[in-house]
Write a protein that binds this ligand. Structure first.
Ligand code: LLP
Length: 433
């Protein structure tokens, strides 16, 4: 049986199966813990599921991958090889996309707060700048003139739509910090101003209403608003856009047996709205989408080892060698990642899986019914491929975990474990003596 088969068994709830035990034991022995493991084939499957759902319905299509979900260059390279294009939020992510082999002109750069040097860097690489506000617009125009180039731009629109997700990852509601609001004519003013400023080529329009969205209704509302606005831009400003980007945000199932919106369901929901609006518009821009989590989350497993188990008068804690410095999502969003105990099954006990960070809030899984592990056992957190390593830190002076990419029965290190020396890599040398 392959490593991949072992990973999939654990995913399916069979972490006590000998092949799952063999896979995780082998990975932990070779690479140590805590360890991020990604299954290449799952990433390919997810990328293909997106393309299979959208391509037949939207022949003029571009699917992007939001690098922030997982910025490892080998992961990005794999995703680009499936035909997705990069969407980035910083100079570091532009550089990651270029390292992974992307052309600068294929990169879309969205950030609500771009620094002057990030704008210059993007322009130098012909990156498409997704402008967040009118102040930034003026800066982009001036930078393009100064550099003797033309900035390719779109605007990030705040459509004022609530897709009903967690507050911290809800980005298209009126009080959110992102984008130019449709309300109050701000977005319209943006395009009007962009038409008049030098050094700018207006290419499209963008929005992103939030993350972990499991119902198409918010996308439907957004698509209607965006396309009606695109029509207004044509009729009143004579603008013809080459793309309409409806953002990322596709949710994944975080619970056993609870399916969520699939890409096909979303594509099917958008299709009649798109067709209707395109007929009114009189031309067809490309449809762009830019998911992050959907592509990589389910491919990722965080493997940790149990340091100790203790029962207090209130609870039983399983203390593991990972913490919110390794996987931030439970502490930051109250996210619930499924946990599998490798090699154990049978009746469960209610347990808290506690991290190794010295903070009360460092609980990776709370009140779960799990087989009781013992010190030395391995536990695995599912769906850790997105916003897992990407949000990890060295807090508490713990080096960053290793990342490995499993393909069939091979496991390749795609980022070696951090070292204690690296914790101080940018500090001054300790004076001799
Ligand atoms: N495009 C833009 C402009 C975004 O801001 C984001 C995510 C995406 C695309 C990709 O969204 P996705 O398809 O991954 O949902 N750290 C949080 C998620 C933050 C998402 C921020 N923006 C979490 O762990 O849940």
């Amino acid at each position: 049986m392959s490593l991949r088969a072992g990973l999939l068994l654990a995913r399916a709830g069979e972490a006590a199966h000998p092949d799952a035990v063999a896979a995780f034991t082998r990975l932990a022995a070779a690479h140590g813990t805590p360890l991020y493991v990604y299954d290449a084939e799952t990433i390919r499957e997810q990328a293909r599921a997106l393309l299979a759902a959208f391509t037949p319905r939207f022949p003029r299509l571009r699917v992007r991958y939001a690098l922030k979900a997982n910025t490892n260059v080998e992961i990005v390279r794999l995703i680009l090889s499936e035909g997705l294009a990069p969407e980035v939020v910083s100079e570091g992510e532009i550089r990651a996309a270029l390292r992974a082999g992307a052309k600068g002109s294929d990169v879309l750069f969205s950030s609500s707060s771009k620094s002057p040097s990030e704008i210059d860097f993007a322009l130098a690489h012909d990156v498409l700048l997704n402008v967040d506000n009118l102040d930034e617009l003026g800066q982009v125009s001036a930078a393009a003139v100064r550099l003797g180039t033309t900035a390719r731009i779109s605007f990030r629109i705040n459509p004022g739509v609530d897709p009903d997700t967690l507050h911290q990852i809800n980005t298209g509601i009126p009080e959110s910090k992102f984008g130019v609001h449709l309300d109050g004519g701000i977005a319209r003013k943006g395009y009007e101003t962009a038409k008049a400023l030098p050094g700018l080529a207006i290419e499209g329009i963008h929005c992103h209403i939030g993350s972990q969205i499991i119902d198409p209704a918010g996308y439907e509302k957004t698509a209607r608003k965006m396309l009606a606005f695109v029509r207004e831009l044509k009729e009143e400003l004579g603008l013809r856009l080459s793309f309409v980007d409806l953002g990322g945000g596709l949710g994944i199932p975080f619970e056993d047996g609870v399916p969520v919106m699939t890409p096909a369901v979303l594509a099917e929901a958008l299709k009649p709205i798109w067709d209707e609006e395109i007929a009114l518009l009189g031309y067809e821009p490309e449809l762009w989408i830019e998911p992050g989590r959907f592509v990589v989350a389910q491919a990722g497993f965080l493997v940790a080892r149990v340091n100790s188990v203790k029962t207090t008068p209130v609870k039983t804690f399983v203390n593991v060698d990972a913490g919110f410095n390794t996987l931030m999502r439970p502490a930051m969003y109250g996210a619930e990642h499924r946990v599998r105990v490798v090699g154990k099954d049978g009746p469960g006990t209610t347990l808290d899986v506690a991290g190794d960070v010295c903070e009360t809030g460092d609980i990776l899984a709370e009140g779960r019914l799990l087989p009781r592990p013992a010190a030395g056992d391995l536990v695995v957190f599912l769906d850790a491929g997105a916003y897992g390593f990407a949000m990890a830190s060295e807090y508490n002076a713990r080096p960053l975990p290793e990342e490995v990419l499993v393909d069939g029965d091979t496991a390749r290190v795609i980022r070696r474990r951090g070292t204690f020396e690296e914790l101080h890599r940018s500090e001054p040398e300790t004076p001799a003596g």
